[in-house]
Design a protein around this ligand. Structure first.
Ligand code: NCD
Length: 290
């Protein structure tokens, strides 16, 4: 089955994926059920965590792994995304994991591509594996979703992480708010002033400014961004005792997050990265078996 965006999935199926991920994390699952099958990672945009987390998840599941190198591929000769994916299908690949710049690129691939596709991020659209690992980390921390207050801070407009997360978190009964400079705001989301909301937040989720998606440089200087919206120790000290800090990474130290906050006791940033492997094992399992 394909995994394009979480809005295609019921809350029950989302909980099922999270449960499966927990079973992988607790080593309660058979790892050999897909032995001999092949996964192909096709990343047309830069990626460290998502790419190598899928790579790691595939290897833990005993899958064969092909890491497509877009820089040395026939893309340089003008080959399209569709023709590239079709080629891997014909080579005998069993599942493709794709990241591409175009929103909803996957609509061009269905129905002709018959092998399962996992979306590893489409433009400013969706990032289901990131959202699932964020949900996993939240559930691990709080044990539930209902009623939790989250504020997502930064470049909401260009962030597929924000778009994916806000949709599913609202469905899960979380109270979702956004903050950040005016140029990155998006209609339809509940805006709050960061400093006013920080003492009420259970989760402060920071985002990177998506410079590669901006037409011109951001209007606000890096210094002002950090001063007004960056999470520094002073703001962390205003957070609730049991609250946590999240960030999908890559983070820019000294912009959206102060250096000393990255690994402070409230930060779950590296925990998110660790959980990502188990969540992606669960996604591959479901994509290959359903
Ligand atoms: C994010 C992405 O690529 O959407 N990173 C990630 O997958 N962990 C966020 C970002 O690039 O800022």
């Amino acid at each position: 089955m394909n995994i394009f965006k979480l809005s295609d999935f019921s809350l029950m199926s989302i909980e099922e994926i999270l449960k499966l991920a927990a079973e992988y994390k607790n080593s309660e699952r058979n790892l050999n059920f897909n032995y001999g099958k092949t996964a192909c990672n096709l990343f047309f945009e830069p990626s460290t965590r998502t790419h190598y987390s899928f790579d790691m998840a595939e290897k833990k599941l005993r899958l064969n792994v092909i890491n497509f190198d877009s820089a040395s591929s026939s893309l340089k000769k003008g080959e399209s995304l569709y023709d590239t994916v079709k080629t891997f299908e014909m080579l005998g690949v069993d599942v493709v994991i794709i990241r591409a710049t175009e929103n909803e690129y996957y609509n061009k691939l269905v129905p002709s591509i018959k092998i399962p596709i996992i979306n590893a991020g489409d433009g400013t659209g969706n990032h289901p594996s990131q959202s699932l690992l964020d949900l996993y980390t939240i559930k691990e921390e709080f044990g539930h979703f209902e009623g939790l207050n989250i504020i997502v801070v930064g470049d909401i407009l260009h962030s597929r992480v924000a778009h994916s997360n806000i949709e599913v978190m609202e469905r899960l009964g979380m109270n979702v708010f956004v903050s950040g400079p005016e140029e990155f705001r998006e209609e339809g989301y509940n805006f709050k002033e960061l400093d006013e909301f920080i003492p009420k937040a259970d989760i402060v989720m920071l985002l990177r400014v998506q410079n590669e998606r901006l037409e011109t440089k951001m209007n606000i200087s890096i210094e002002d961004y950090h001063k007004n919206y960056g999470l520094n120790l002073k703001r962390v000290n205003n957070m609730k005792e049991k609250s946590i800090i999240m960030h999908p990474a890559p983070f820019n130290r000294g912009v959206e997050i102060a250096d000393e906050v990255v690994e402070c006791p409230k930060s779950r940033i590296f925990k998110q990265i660790q959980n990502g492997v188990f969540v992606r094992m669960a996604m591959l399992d479901i994509a290959l078996s359903k």
